[in-house]
Design a protein around this ligand. Structure first.
Ligand SMILES: NC(=O)c1ccc[n+]([C@@H]2O[C@H](COP(=O)([O-])OP(=O)(O)OC[C@H]3O[C@@H](n4cnc5c(N)ncnc54)[C@H](O)[C@@H]3O)[C@@H](O)[C@H]2O)c1
Length: 340
């Protein structure tokens, strides 16, 4: 296997380290040559490029892994599809739904798989929650709470976040809403409130959502980058799913508690720290290994990657609807009326 990693910035280090651990040769591409060189020096690179189109024309590749920010996704996904290459695209997948649909259509026309790098659902603790639900531990779920609240200085590593006019929902909302759909199914109605708490950032840095799910459950989704907590759970997502037979709760420090038919079992679902990783990032780093391994499995078996670009459009629709809901102070129902 020989893949190409496009974008060698802050998060790409995790991508490349994970590919190396999975035994995949990677060609690196970044518009800023020094970034590709620095990553290649740390983890090894089969070749270095600064122009993605030239790289796609000049290399024999099995797939492309896009780890750039959202503005560049459409052009890169379309170029990869035009070359018949299976593609992974980082989140947020698209700037708007039309752009997302164009990328999904380009991959479908080319007949290539398109995976959106929604790694939260591939975190080992989230897979453990999903396993408990699939095993019927809680029975029929009727309530969910998914919470990503912290006060960690995310702007130090990702300075572009401080100037984004849309922040929490597009940056982490995509992950948390993907989790809500992963655990409880598609959403039929949503109500959102957003807050701008940190005066140094341009966009909303907190959001609170109430969702109705097609299966009958109700959930709340919470995001905050301005919570004063001790200990601060960053970058953990906390989850509770209640059903008619029991409750599964993922608490702080990866403590999974499953109450089922009157009995409670508690265990740690903390992932190992990868050899190239470090706390507190290990659950995120481990999830990158898991999602990349899943993509390789899909290439071998022909299975649809999860989440696919088409699936992720449903999550993006929730994100954009959440902004509309917050602006109007009204709930939004799905499917939305034409033109909205
Ligand atoms: N899934 C996660 O857990 C997670 C975590 C952090 C960031 N991200 C996402 O990863 C993406 C990248 O984030 P980051 O913080 O690493 O950004 P970054 O700005 O640090 O890195 C992006 C890199 O892409 C390069 N680039 C941009 N357009 C290019 C193009 N057309 N061709 C070649 N190189 C190009 C830039 O020069 C830069 O080095 C974002 O979409 C972000 O939301 C995901």
């Amino acid at each position: 296997m020989r893949g190409a990693l496009i974008g060698c910035g802050f998060f790409a280090r995790n991508h490349l380290a994970a590919w190396r651990g999975l035994g995949v040769d990677m060609v690196l591409c970044d518009r800023v040559r020094e970034r590709a060189e620095a990553l290649g020096a740390e983890f090894g690179a089969a070749a270095l490029w600064t122009d993605a189109a030239a790289m796609l024309a000049g290399e024999r590749l099995d797939f492309v892994d896009i780890a750039t920010t959202v503005e560049s996704h459409r052009a890169l996904v379309e170029q990869a599809a035009a070359r018949g290459l299976p593609t992974i695209c980082q989140k947020p997948f698209a700037l708007d739904l039309d752009e997302g649909r164009a990328m999904v259509a380009a991959a479908a026309r080319a007949g290539v798989p398109l995976l959106v790098h929604e790694n939260f659902r591939w975190q080992t603790p989230m897979l453990a929650v999903a396993d408990a639900l699939t095993a019927g531990a809680v029975g029929r779920p009727h309530f969910g709470r998914i919470s990503f609240r912290h006060g960690f200085d995310i702007y130090a590593n990702q300075p572009y976040l401080a100037t984004e006019p849309r922040l929490a929902l597009v940056d982490v909302g995509v992950h948390v809403l993907d989790l809500a759909r992963f655990f409880l199914g598609d959403v039929t109605r949503l109500y959102a409130r957003t807050q701008r708490l940190n005066p140094k950032v341009a966009g909303e840095d907190a959001a609170t959502l109430v969702l109705d799910h097609a299966g009958g459950a109700v959930s709340t989704v919470e995001i905050s980058f301005f919570s004063r907590l001790d200990p601060d759970p960053f970058p953990q997502t906390l989850v509770r799913i209640e059903g008619d037979r029991g409750t599964v709760e993922l608490g702080q420090d990866y403590r999974l508690s499953v109450t089922s038919a009157g009995r409670t079992a508690v265990r740690s679902v903390e992932p190992a720290v990868p050899p190239w990783g470090a706390r507190p990032w290990h659950a995120i780093q481990d999830s990158v290994v898991n999602i990349e391994r899943h993509f390789l499995d899909c290439l071998r078996t022909g299975a649809e990657p999860r989440p696919s670009g088409a699936d992720n459009l449903k999550t993006l629709e929730l994100v954009f609807a959440a902004y509309d809901s917050a602006a109007r102070g009204e709930a939004v129902a799905f499917p939305r009326e034409a033109g909205r």
